[in-house]
Write a protein of this length. Structure first.
Length: 302
């Protein structure tokens, strides 16, 4: 996987992140953020397609993969999207990038949402895969959503309830959750799946990922409310799965209009794991959208 990419660890202020990177050093930087319960390996088909156009940086988020899994706290601040977003800003600064594009999926897209809210000067533009805003999804959830995204409620239960149940058989849990979101199929390459399962077979990773969801239902919503109606100003495109829960349970663009000033989006013919199901289409979408902002960063907030 990731032919031509390097693997390294990069220290930020609070955590050490595992990072894959490659592409043209003279090209604009693009950071790709993975979702739950995956690692940066989810980009193994997309990243090489982008490497002729960008410096592509694929970190494992804190708590995931080979990155650090710091101790948590009662408010779940350690795994707030604000803390995770700050990691990415610091990572990119360590690599010499003050400004960059963002492509992100699932939980990584929620990190990207907070990153662009807290650091709009850092993000030229971003593409988010298969999410609507967390706060609005919880607020508009119904029984159909709860049945499909049961893990949103299960993982938020107090420690050690979900950790204990998952830890009894991490591989079965991982496959149950992920294959279910892929319509019952296995869309993952053997090498990627092996990395996902190995990374998840770690009590610290299981606990950290539960903390990610606990933060999503608590402190992350507090941070959203503290924004007091301030909308995302960074140019953003959202792509969601035509065969997924966003399409079935929500009006995605209506929810995004509540949170973003410059938003476009559409459903694509895939399930939740679109980067691994249709990598050429996803890479093309990234390139097409980011090319609109290639000459200079547009201060569209004015």
């Amino acid at each position: 996987m990731f032919d031509g990419f390097t693997e390294e660890y990069v220290n930020t202020a609070h955590v050490r992140l595992f990072v894959r990177r490659g592409g043209l050093k003279s090209a604009p930087p693009l950071v790709l953020l993975h979702g739950y319960p995956q690692t940066s390996a989810m980009w193994h088909l997309v990243a090489p397609l982008l490497s002729d156009f960008y410096q592509v940086i694929c970190p494992d988020l804190r708590g995931y993969g080979r990155s650090d899994k710091p101790e948590t706290d009662d408010q779940h601040l350690t795994y707030s999207k604000r803390a995770m977003a700050n990691d990415i800003v610091q990572l990119m600064a360590e690599l010499g990038h003050d400004e960059f594009y963002v492509g992100a999926h699932d939980r990584g897209a929620r990190v990207a949402h907070r990153l662009a809210l807290d650091h709009p000067d850092k993000v030229r533009a971003m593409v988010l895969l298969d999410i609507a805003p967390t706060r609005e999804m919880y607020a508009h959830a119904d029984s159909q959503f709860a049945k499909a995204y049961w893990h949103w409620y299960f993982l938020t239960q107090s420690d050690p309830f979900p950790e204990t149940l998952i830890g009894n058989d991490p591989e079965t849990f991982w496959k149950l959750k992920c294959f279910n979101q892929a319509g019952g199929d296995n869309p993952f390459a053997p090498e990627a799946l092996a990395e996902y399962l190995a990374a998840f077979n770690d009590p610290a990773a299981i606990h950290a990922s539960c903390e990610d969801y606990r933060a999503g239902a608590t402190i992350d919503i507090d941070h959203d409310n503290e924004d007091d109606g301030r909308k995302l100003s960074v140019p953003t495109e959202v792509l969601w799965a035509k065969h997924g829960v966003i399409e079935r349970c929500f009006d995605a663009m209506d929810l995004w209009d509540k949170r973003a000033s410059h938003i476009s989006g559409r459903a694509v013919d895939a399930t939740h794991y679109m980067a691994e199901e249709m990598p050429h289409e996803i890479a093309d979408s990234f390139i097409s959208f980011f090319n609109q902002f290639s000459n200079e960063r547009k201060d569209i907030a004015q």
